[in-house]
Design a protein around this ligand. Structure first.
Ligand code: NDP
Length: 328
């Protein structure tokens, strides 16, 4: 482990640059557990960090990668010992603390969770932050009583990472899923995951009316902006919208009408600082409510060396489903 390979972003020429480097443990952020990273992935936020399209990186140089799975190498944390299989997602890792795009990561043991028995390390990263956030959204809808008998559920950005896992889980739970996508070519893919209807995301992406026809009892929104405003405006009386993303924009050009006339709830979903009990609940529900064949069908595996070229693709909305990156 003397020297190992890592991808680091550094400041360069008034901007930033990403490069593969040989580093040592002393180069990594402090922590009480060292993990040999076997799998990582690329999420939308990783794309932002690698391209510099948004100020995600808060430490220079930084190993990006907001999540990883692997095996404990050394630990002074009471809960972990050599050989334990673990997952990490969030807590500012890959933002202000060195992350998963390295052969070794050093983190605070309180941030880790044991790899659930139901999953292999590669499957945990097929789910990754995106899939686990999708499950947090499903749990948020359930907490607001959005059950299949109440009506359809909308999923925006359906062909992306959060969206494709949300479609799969909601369909397995018996919901009538309306998948909104900008990629008509992915209709078969989405139907295979369980979508009952496909709509063109253009239907939701322009400024809409304060209140629209009541079309869904709940929604999982990854887009923000007009898409989120329209999703709220078309939610049935007493329904709930879980907002987790900003793929269209971080603005919310909405009115209070759906809230005060239809009792609609807008619930925010964050995966980064969410407490440990909710994380464990989400992973436990993924073990029972995410079909493994569907998960395999929405995942491609690539060598981690491809991550730099994948970053602009995920920001452009060109990545379908989830990508597992195998670490050398
Ligand atoms: P992906 O890139 O995999 O998916 C995003 C999808 O959004 C695209 O595939 C596309 O789906 C759709 N999309 C892209 N551009 C637009 C647009 N202009 N208008 C409407 N839809 C658009 O990213 P992820 O699924 O990993 O992440 C989705 C969002 O969720 C991101 O904003 C991310 O930052 C956020 N996120 C938030 C988390 C949290 O903790 N709150 C955790 C994880 C993700 P299609 O082609 O089907 O239309």
């Amino acid at each position: 482990m003397e020297r190992f390979k890592a991808l680091r972003v550094s400041k360069a020429d008034g901007g930033q640059a990403a490069a593969w480097e040989e580093i040592t443990l002393n180069d990594l952020s402090a922590g009480d557990v060292v993990v040999r990273v076997t799998h990582t992935t690329i999420n939308y936020k990783d794309g932002l960090a690698l391209t510099g399209k948004a100020p995600i990186v808060r430490k220079w140089p930084l190993v990006p990668g907001i999540d990883f799975s692997g095996t404990v190498e050394t630990s002074s944390h009471p809960a972990y010992a050599y050989g334990d299989k673990v997952i990490l997602s969030g807590w500012g890792v890959g933002e202000g603390h060195d992350g998963g795009y390295a052969q070794y990561a050093r983190v605070n043991g309180d941030w880790l969770i044991p790899l659930p028995a139901a999953f292999e390390p590669a499957q945990a990263m097929a789910i990754g932050t995106a899939g686990y956030t999708a499950m947090l959204c499903v749990l948020a809808l359930e907490a607001h009583d959005v059950t299949p008998d109440k009506g359809p559920v909308l999923v925006t950005g359906a062909a992306g990472g959060v969206g494709s896992v949300a479609v799969s889980v909601l369909a397995k739970l018996g919901h009538h899923v309306i998948a909104s996508t900008g990629r008509a070519a992915e209709a078969d893919f989405l139907k295979h995951l369980g979508a009952a209807e496909i709509i063109d995301r253009a239907e939701l992406s322009e400024r809409g009316r304060p209140l629209g026809k009541e079309r869904w009892a709940g929604a999982v929104d990854v887009a923000g902006s007009h898409t989120l405003a329209n999703a709220i405006a078309m939610t049935k009386y007493g329904g709930c919208v879980a907002a987790c993303g900003l793929a269209q924009g971080f603005d919310l050009p909405a009115t209070v009408m759906p809230f005060i006339l239809r009792g609609v709830t807008l619930t925010g979903v964050d995966s980064v600082m969410v407490p440990r009990d909710k994380r464990l609940a989400a992973w436990s529900r993924l073990a029972t409510d995410l079909d493994r064949t569907k998960l395999a069908g929405l995942t491609v595996t690539r060598p981690w060396s491809d991550v730099i070229e994948l970053a602009p693709q995920i920001i452009a909305g060109k990545v379908r489903g989830r990508i597992v990156l195998e670490v050398e």
